[in-house]
Design a protein around this ligand. Structure first.
Ligand SMILES: Nc1ncnc2c1ncn2[C@@H]1O[C@H](COP(=O)(O)OP(=O)(O)O)[C@@H](O)[C@H]1O
Ligand SMILES: [Mg+2]
Length: 377
């Protein structure tokens, strides 16, 4: 049975960052109203919303208020308290639901879930004390110590080479529980994005090839210019993870590729993902429109590729002495587009926007977007 939520209804977003903003843009294009809950009254999605609830993500009453005024509620960040998800769910469907978020929002639980479901993950151990961390590094060798909660964009993790570095890492992370992952020699990183409706219909986007710098995504391109067998294996793995998770909405699956082409699942995100922003330019349906269609139980859109497309993030570092970067120079690169998120403070490493480019091949699209990014100054 389908309870389609038709345009005209309000979609509630728990979280009002850039992912919410771009999803809200897609929702508005389709004629939906948008309400947003975020602790920051000037959050990026706020400009697209008719109602902004300024509240913490662990305020269940505020989440209930959001849900009361909306036909469906979705999330754009994993940091929503489970109590808020449950409280919202008493008033409107919350997609994805609390059960999915509970598995994904703690790194330790997510890893265990992946392992218990038979999905390939790299060697790792959980640690609740410095001593356990030291034992893990002694066993695994050079590792990434990752706080179980709150990390993103490479924040919340520290690379350690020896056990005696664990105490400092533990202090720096202010951690209570960590996942200690063996540092792997990566040949590449790819990601997969799957959308799923309440009834189980799914759609998958072309596999993306991603490049990270200092733990943060720098650029991404579709379709991944890799061996077709590797792409197909990544897509299959992504589909299997999404099916096992039973997510409603979208699920991004980040993967590591080892030198022998082995795929490992790195981490999951049940929301739009930075490595699929190029679906706006490159695909018939963007990841943001797909999220709207999935949570409203509309037929999913065609994920087919229109043209190879790439994105490069614009970080706050590009603002020197409060002067904006040279957007005009960047946009002089053919087939390049600019997306800015409306953030006032250009702090170092903060994602302020991204550039996108399309071309005849993925490598040309990447070259174009990197050329444009280089011109920002
Ligand atoms: N075990 C690892 N081995 C090698 N590189 C890693 C490992 N863990 C993380 N990285 C690098 O750091 C990036 C960010 O790590 P990730 O676990 O995805 O955290 P975040 O939540 O910050 O995205 C990865 O995309 C990868 O480039
Ligand atoms: Mg990641």
């Amino acid at each position: 049975m389908s309870d389609v939520i038709l345009p005209g209804a309000a979609i509630g977003f728990l979280g009002g960052g850039q992912l919410g903003r771009m999803a809200a843009l897609a929702a508005r294009e389709m004629g939906y109203d948008v309400h947003v809950l975020d602790p920051d009254p000037d959050c990026p999605a706020g400009a697209l919303a008719t109602e902004v609830i300024t509240a913490r993500f662990d305020d269940p009453q505020a989440a209930a208020r959001l849900a009361q005024s909306c036909a469906v509620v979705t999330i754009e960040i994993e940091r929503i308290a489970i109590a808020s998800m449950e409280s919202a769910a008493r008033h409107a469907p919350v997609r994805p639901g609390a059960a999915v978020l509970a598995v994904v929002q703690e790194r330790e639980r997510q890893k265990a879930w992946l392992r218990d479901h038979g999905f390939p993950v790299g060697p790792y151990r959980s640690a609740g004390t410095v001593a356990e961390c030291e034992a893990a590094v002694a066993a695994l060798g050079p590792s990434f110590v990752k706080a179980s909660t709150g990390g993103y964009d490479g924040r919340g993790q520290v690379r350690v080479d020896r056990p005696d570095e664990c105490a400092a890492a533990w202090r720096a992370l202010r951690a209570t529980r960590c996942v200690v992952e063996q540092a792997l020699d990566l040949a590449a990183e790819v990601s997969v994005m799957v959308a799923r409706r309440p009834g189980g219909e799914t759609a998958i986007f072309p596999v993306a090839l991603n490049h990270h710098e200092r733990g943060q995504l720098a650029w991404s391109v579709i379709p991944a210019p890799v061996d077709a067998r590797l792409s197909e294996a990544a897509a299959q793995l992504g589909r299997a993870v999404a099916a096992a998770m039973g997510v409603v909405g979208v699920l991004a699956i980040e993967m590591f590729v080892l030198g022998d082409q082995t795929l490992l699942v790195n981490e999951l995100a049940p929301r739009p993902h930075n490595s699929f922003h190029h679906t706006i330019e490159g695909c018939v349906t963007s990841q943001f429109e797909q999220l709207v269609r999935a949570v409203c139980d509309l037929p999913l859109g065609d994920t087919g590729l229109l043209r190879p497309a790439a994105i490069a993030n614009i970080l706050g570092d590009a603002w020197r002495d409060h002067r904006p970067p040279d957007f005009a120079a960047a946009l002089a690169v053919p087939d390049t587009r600019l997306h800015l998120y409306g953030k006032r403070d250009a702090r170092p490493a903060r994602k302020m926007g991204h550039l996108a480019a399309v071309a005849d091949t993925p490598l040309e699209a990447r070259a174009r977007v990197l050329e444009a990014a280089g011109r920002l100054g």
